[in-house]
Design a protein around this ligand. Structure first.
Ligand code: KG4
Ligand code: ZN
Length: 333
């Protein structure tokens, strides 16, 4: 049987559509929204308007790139949440209308589950159970993945997400949004010579707000002594910030691996594109005898391929949702 799943992602500021054929990705098209750079962060109203403009062309492109006709689509998988309400409404409404016109079933997808299942977009695929550190602009979680659709969050952030820590630091440094990829780039040219304290949080939870405040006061102090401190030392500041964020993440991930005894370890989400984190995971893997899984770059940040993959496993379970479905800004794994 030929199963073609159309995946749709619109939870934040990327509009994406993907076609999956029997578990294999045929297309994964993404329209990024440059407009947010002007504001130093995602502006919900701007995001939903851009989704509205992009959704039809992006879906059209995904279908064309896959070399299929819209009539071939077996089901439509869409992000129901969590995310920005105005952004989600565009994807959900489009999915409903398109599913109705094609007469195909719909599958609702949890965006955070999808980040984890991005590992099943291509080989090598992790074997169960595995631990996944999901680090994005809105979330930071350690998830025990028992099966495709059976996941348990054992650690989460109590304030900012890891991506926010990168982006907010970038703002202090005068970098464009999203600053994560820029800090990663500059960090490669510098050394982690400045030390920022690690938060003392019990159990497997994370906190990044103290780090942000620490960086703010550090910069204020140094800028008083030398107004050009940031320009002169940007690479070293970025290397130091990245080093600390990565060590906070890796320390908790290592603790989670010790506590659960799980040795299949994965990272996912936008921050898993970070070269410092990717290197640290490989090193820890060698040291601790882990099998590590790092997604391809295009499956780290928001994309519809991960929505189509998740939708496919739910489709196999005939886990469909009706036209009464509404988006959820908050949605648990
Ligand atoms: O998963 P994602 O695309 O969207 C959300 O669901 O939030 O993650 C976006 C986040 C942003 O905070 C961005 O700065 C961060 O991922 N990011 C990175 C890198 N690439 C993206 N952070 C650090 N280093 C990177 N190379
Ligand atoms: Zn995401």
């Amino acid at each position: 049987m030929n199963t073609y799943i159309l995946g749709i992602e619109s939870s934040c500021d990327d509009t994406s559509a993907s076609i999956l054929h029997n578990g294999t990705i045929l297309s994964n098209c993404i329209a990024n929204q440059e407009a947010h750079k002007l504001y130093g962060g995602v502006v919900p109203e701007v995001a939903s308007r851009a989704h509205q403009a992009n959704i039809v062309p992006v879906v059209d492109m995904a279908i064309k790139k896959a070399g299929i006709n819209k009539e071939d689509i077996s089901a439509i998988a869409f992000t129901r949440g969590p995310g920005l309400m105005g952004s989600l409404i565009v994807g959900v409404s489009f999915a409903k209308a398109f599913a109705m016109s094609l007469g195909v079933p719909m599958v609702e997808v949890n965006h955070m589950k999808a980040h984890v299942l991005a590992h099943f977009a291509e080989d090598p695929k992790p074997s169960f159970p595995f631990l996944c550190l999901t680090v994005s602009g809105g979330h930071t979680q350690i998830v025990v993945v028992k099966d495709y659709l059976d996941m348990e969050v054992i650690g989460h952030t109590i304030d900012d997400a890891a991506g926010e820590a990168f982006d907010k630091t970038g703002k202090l440094l005068g970098l464009d949004y999203p600053a994560g990829p820029l800090i990663d780039k500059y960090a490669k040219q510098g050394k982690a010579v400045y030390s920022f304290t690690e938060p003392r949080i019990a159990d497997l939870n994370f906190s990044f707000s103290g780090l942000k405040t620490g960086i703010l006061y550090f910069l204020k102090r140094e800028l008083k002594k030398d107004p050009d401190f940031i320009t002169k030392n940007l690479a070293d500041i970025c290397a130091s910030v990245q080093d600390r964020i990565v060590s906070i993440l890796m320390n908790k991930l290592t603790k989670a691996a010790q506590q659960t005894g799980i040795k299949n370890i994965a990272i996912a989400g936008g921050v898993s594109a970070n070269s410092g984190l990717r290197n640290a995971l490989q090193e820890a893997g060698i040291k601790n005898g882990w099998t590590t899984y790092v997604p391809k770059f295009e499956y780290c940040t928001d994309n519809a391929a991960m929505i189509a993959v998740t939708g496919y496993y739910k489709f196999l379970n005939k886990d469909f949702i009706g036209q009464e479905v509404a988006p959820l800004a908050r949605m648990k794994i």
